[in-house]
Design a protein around this ligand. Structure first.
Ligand code: ATP
Length: 466
């Protein structure tokens, strides 16, 4: 991570994201919409690379995983069966003076440093009053009574806005998988244990969104529902914990930057018997949830059987038995992956300055397969004889690598810009190239440069980026 201190680091990252086209504030020309963000050209590349790496690792390289892409709007009965209509809520309190609303649990955790998971609303009120907690916005010390707030986003299907036409934007991608479980059994004939996987948007009407893209109202999830025999759930829970651990490290996140925390009994979601969180050391308030791993038992399938009347049991032909599989759920937020990966990659170094002495060099040391651009082609000057060669080179490289072409500003400034957006290799075409058919390949992390013949460039880059 950087040499910038923790409080500045978030501002630095938010600014870099805005300046370099990773993430823009949402609806900006209309004065914005609080806590909404749009991904720009570089952001969308990083986001896609994260999702592709995840899909490749957990879906296409495995024999036991089936990918799907289900609807965002589904039959509202699904959310009743899943328990989300009744139990997917957070405790809310409102400041009596400025009327700002807060999550009561976050308010207590932040000001008293203690977890109050599982406490009743009455108990929460008592704690808030006894400790004289202050409003984060106006510092007043008077709050209304705590009440529950459902996180599902409601909408209406068709022209009538009545209770019969209520629908929900999905609060998690998981339910799309449970309701397609039978389709997978019938079409793919999988053998236990096997999994279903999905990447897609989820929506939550969060009481206190914020901290940049950490907590937003709409976000993407990469989720797996892994179906196992009940008696084997512990073995598969451990297995997925290791898989998730390896994935975290593949993002360039160091061991000391995250930890694993098991949920207390009264902190568990309504569907879970055991959950652990992978917590990343974010610059705002320390370790916070990056990912979750939950043992969801047979809760979801059982409820969908009951409410839909459709048999969702698995038939084990060898043993001639029918049963409801149990579920291990590894879940990964895409936005939080994006943020943690950027934070871990952000580095400031002293580098030799063109004017003599040293200057600060900002480098995004992203894993090479995640970098928005893998290669940048930079002609030394805009002169036609160089740019024609460089453009030809760009054409050839861009079919194999995500490549950028840049001929503006001095070469030193262009190197710094590529460092800042994490491009692993810069290719410089200079006047010598016209004589020897070779170019300079510069390494982002070491800044070392080597001459490579243009005929061998693709092979060399493929090896370096492998
Ligand atoms: P939190 O405790 O932070 O609210 P959660 O436990 O409700 O998170 P899950 O239901 O386990 O989250 O969701 C799976 C993953 O989706 C989380 O690990 C996180 O990466 C991501 N996620 C959840 N809520 C949000 C949100 N509002 N904005 C961005 N990402 C989110």
């Amino acid at each position: 991570m950087s040499q910038t201190n923790e409080t500045d680091l978030m501002d630095t990252i938010v600014n870099l994201c805005k300046q370099r086209g990773f993430v823009f504030p949402g609806s900006d020309i209309y004065g914005g919409l609080a806590n909404t963000w749009d991904y720009g050209p570089l952001g969308v590349e990083l986001l896609n690379n994260i999702k592709q790496a995840w899909w490749k690792r957990f879906v296409t390289s495995r024999e036991d995983m089936y990918g799907i892409d289900s609807g965002i709007i589904m039959n509202p009965k699904i959310w009743e069966a899943s328990g989300h209509v009744d139990a997917f809520h957070d405790p809310l309190v409102e400041c009596k003076k400025c009327h700002k609303r807060f999550r009561a649990d976050h308010l207590v955790e932040e000001q008293l440093g203690e977890s109050i998971e599982g406490k009743s609303l009455k108990e929460l009120d008592a704690i808030i009053q006894a400790a004289d907690l202050a409003c984060v916005n106006c510092k007043a010390q008077e709050f209304g009574s705590a009440r529950t707030f459902n996180l599902l986003f409601k909408t209406f299907i068709g022209p009538a806005e009545d209770s019969k036409s209520v629908a929900y934007l999905r609060g998690e991608t998981a339910q799309g998988m449970f309701v397609n479980f039978k389709n997978i059994l019938d079409t793919m004939r999988p053998k236990l244990p096997f999994g279903m996987a999905q990447i897609g948007k989820a929506f939550r009407n969060e009481i206190t969104p914020g901290n940049f893209i950490f907590r937003t109202l709409e976000f993407e999830q990469m989720e797996i529902e892994y179906f196992v025999k009940e008696g084997e759930w512990e073995k598969w829970f451990d297995y997925w914990q290791k898989e998730m651990d390896e994935w975290v490290q593949s993002l360039g996140i160091l061991k000391e930057e995250y930890k694993i925390r098991e949920h207390d009994k009264d902190e568990l979601s309504h569907y879970s018997k055991k959950t652990i969180d992978f917590e990343y050391d974010f610059p705002f308030g320390g370790f916070k949830e990056l990912y979750g791993l939950a043992y969801r038992t047979d809760f979801d399938l059982k409820n969908h059987i009951e409410k839909s009347g459709v048999d969702l049991q698995y038939f084990n032909q060898q043993e001639g038995e029918k049963f409801i599989p149990h579920v291990i759920e590894p879940t990964f937020g895409v936005g939080r992956t994006f943020l943690a990966t950027l934070l871990s990659a952000y580095t400031e170094e002293d580098a030799p300055s063109a004017k003599g002495g040293t200057e600060k060099r900002v480098v995004l040391k992203l894993p090479k397969h995640l970098a928005p651009y893998q290669v940048a082609v930079l002609p030394l000057s805009k002169k036609e004889e160089l740019s024609s060669v460089a453009k030809e080179l760009f054409k050839g490289l861009s079919s194999d690598f995500s490549t950028e072409y840049d001929e503006t500003q001095s070469i030193g400034k262009r190197y710094r810009r590529q460092d800042e957006i994490g491009t692993p290799y810069c290719i410089t075409v200079d006047f010598e190239s016209l004589e020897d058919n070779a170019v300079t390949v510069r390494d982002r992390d070491t800044m070392t440069q080597e001459r490579v013949n243009m005929n061998e460039l693709k092979t060399v880059l493929k090896e370096k980026l492998a």
